[in-house]
Design a protein around this ligand. Sequence first.
Ligand SMILES: Cc1cc2nc3c(=O)[nH]c(=O)nc-3n(C[C@H](O)[C@H](O)[C@H](O)COP(=O)(O)OP(=O)(O)OC[C@H]3O[C@@H](n4cnc5c(N)ncnc54)[C@H](O)[C@@H]3O)c2cc1C
Length: 355
Amino acid sequence: MKKVIVLGGGISGVFASIRIKEKHPDYFVSVFEHNDKLLKKIYATGNGKCNFANKGSLNNKYNHEEFALKIINQFNCNDIVNYFEKIGIKSKSIGDLLYPYSESAETVANHLLDRIKQLNIDVHLQCEVKDYQNGHLLTDRGEFTYDALIISLGGKSSPNLGSNGSFYDSLIKHGYAIRECHPSLCPIKTKENTKMVEGLRHKVNVQLYQGNKLLHEEDGELLFKKDGLSGMVIFNMTHYINRLDNRNNITLHVDFAKGIDGDYESLVNPKLAKYLISNKLDIHNVIFTFKDFYEYSNSQVTSGGISISELNDDLSSKREKNVYFIGEVVDIDAICGGYNIMWALASAELVSKKI
Ligand SMILES: Cc1cc2nc3c(=O)[nH]c(=O)nc-3n(C[C@H](O)[C@H](O)[C@H](O)COP(=O)(O)OP(=O)(O)OC[C@H]3O[C@@H](n4cnc5c(N)ncnc54)[C@H](O)[C@@H]3O)c2cc1C
C-alpha cells in the first residue's frame, strides 16, 4: 500500500489529502498538523465568510502569473464550485467573489472535515514536523515512513493560526532556494503622520508609484492607522509592492473625491477635511510615502517561499524524488478576492492527480 504523508493541515493540505484518497482509496494518506485542529485559518478567512474563489478575470492577480495560471486553469473557479456542491457546500457569488451560500467559513471547514472522516484519512494533530529524509518523516511524536511527501506548511502570515515559517530552515538545509519572505495583504507604515485621522475610513482612488512609474491603480476603501494606512485597497497595493526588486521611492497617491470638485468640508468627513486643510494637502492627490509593511501577525498572505525554479510543472521537487509543494509555501501569492485559496485548491488538485 502506497503511503502518502501531507505536511500541514491548512486548506491546501486538507484538500490534497481528500482528493488523493478519493482517487486512490487504496493509498494510506496521513496529515500532520501542529495545531490542535485542522483548517484553523479557514475559519478566519473572508471576515469569517471564506471567499474561496473568484469568477472574474485572473489577469495581473498573481505574481509568477504564467506559472500560477497554468495550474489554476486546470482546476478553475467552476471546478471548485462544482466540487464543493458535490460535497454539500452550496456557493453564492457577491460580485465576482465566491462564498459558501451560508456566508460562513465554518460550512466549508465542516464539510471538508466530514470528508476527512468519511475517507478515513489518518490525522496527527499537535504534532510538530521537524525534518524528513529518504522516506522518513521526523516529528516531535516520533518517526513515520512515506512513499510520497506533500509539503503544504503555508507561509509566515498570521502565525497565531499556525503557519509560522518554522519549517523553512529545514527546507534551506535540503538545498531549496527560497525567495525572501515578506508580509503581504497587510497595512503599511507611512512616513507621513496619520495619527490625527486614525480609525477613519473613506472610499478612495489609489495610484501606486515607484519614482515616476505608475505601477497600479485601484478604487476601494482606505482605513487610516495611527502610523499608516490599511483597508482592502492598501492590502492589494502591498501585493504589487512585493513584486518589486527594491522598496525605494514608493509612494501612494490618494484621491479622496475622484472626479468631484467642491469645498473639502462638503466632500469628506469634517475630521478628514481638517487634516487635509491643516496639512495643506490636495484632496485629489495626497501623497503617502511607503516606509514598511506591518508585521506578519497583521498579514493575510506571505510573499515569497519555495522558488518556482525548484519545481516541475506538476509541483514535484526538481531536487528530491517523490516530494511535492502546494499552497502558500510556494512563492505564489495574489491580491484579495479569493485568489489565494484558489491557488491552494488548484495546486492541491494537481498534485492529487500526479501522485
Ligand atoms: C485573516 C485571513 C483572511 C484571509 N482571507 C482569505 C480569503 O477570504 N480568500 C482567500 O483566497 N485567501 C484568504 N486568506 C489567505 C488564505 O487563507 C491562505 O492563502 C491559505 O489558507 C493558505 O493555505 P495553505 O494550506 O497553503 O497554508 P495554511 O493555511 O497556512 O496551512 C499550513 C498549515 O501548516 C501547519 N504547520 C506549519 N508549520 C508546521 C510544522 N512545522 N509542523 C506541523 N504543522 C505545521 C500550520 O499550522 C497550518 O495549519 C486569508 C488569510 C488570513 C490570515
